[in-house]
Design a binder for this molecule. Sequence first.
Ligand code: MG
Length: 170
Amino acid sequence: MISEKVAALLNNQVNKEFYSSYLYLDFSNFYVDQGLNGFANWYKVQAQEERDHALLFMQYMQNNDLKVTLEAVDKPTVLLKENMDPLKAGLKHEIHVTGLIHNIYDAAYQEKDFRTMQFLDWFVKEQGEEETNATDLIKKMDLFGSDPKSLYMLDNELAARVYTAPSLVL
Ligand code: MG
C-alpha cells in the first residue's frame, strides 16, 4: 500500500519530468538558433529521455492502482545567451531533480514502502549519470568552446547521440 504522501510526490514527479523534457527542448531550440545542430540533437534526445521518465512514473503509479493527475507544465524561463548557458543550467537542473528523487525516496523509506524504494533505485543511479554527463559537457565546452574548429568537432560528436529506450521496464 502506497501512502497518499508518497502518491502525491510520485504524481508531482510526473510533472517535473515533463518539465525537464520541456526545458531540454528549449535548450535544443536555442542551439538550433546558434547553428549548433549537434548540441541541439543532444538535448532533443535528452528531452525524449525525460519524457520517458515521466511515463515510467505514470506507469509505476498505474501498476499500483494510483490515479495520475496531469498538471500544467511550467514555461522554461532560463535566459540563454551564451553557448555555455544551457549546459550550466542543465547541471543545476539535474542537481535539483536529484534532490526531488531523494525526497521521494526519503518519504518511502520513512514509511517502509520498499516497493517504491526499489522503483526509485533506478532513478537514483540515473541521476548520478545525468549529473556526470552534464558536468562532462561543461568541461568540454570550457576546453574547446572558444576555438571554432574544436567547437565544430564537439558539435559533430554530440550529433551522434541517438535515442534509446530506458533500461527500466515496468
Ligand atoms: Mg529525469
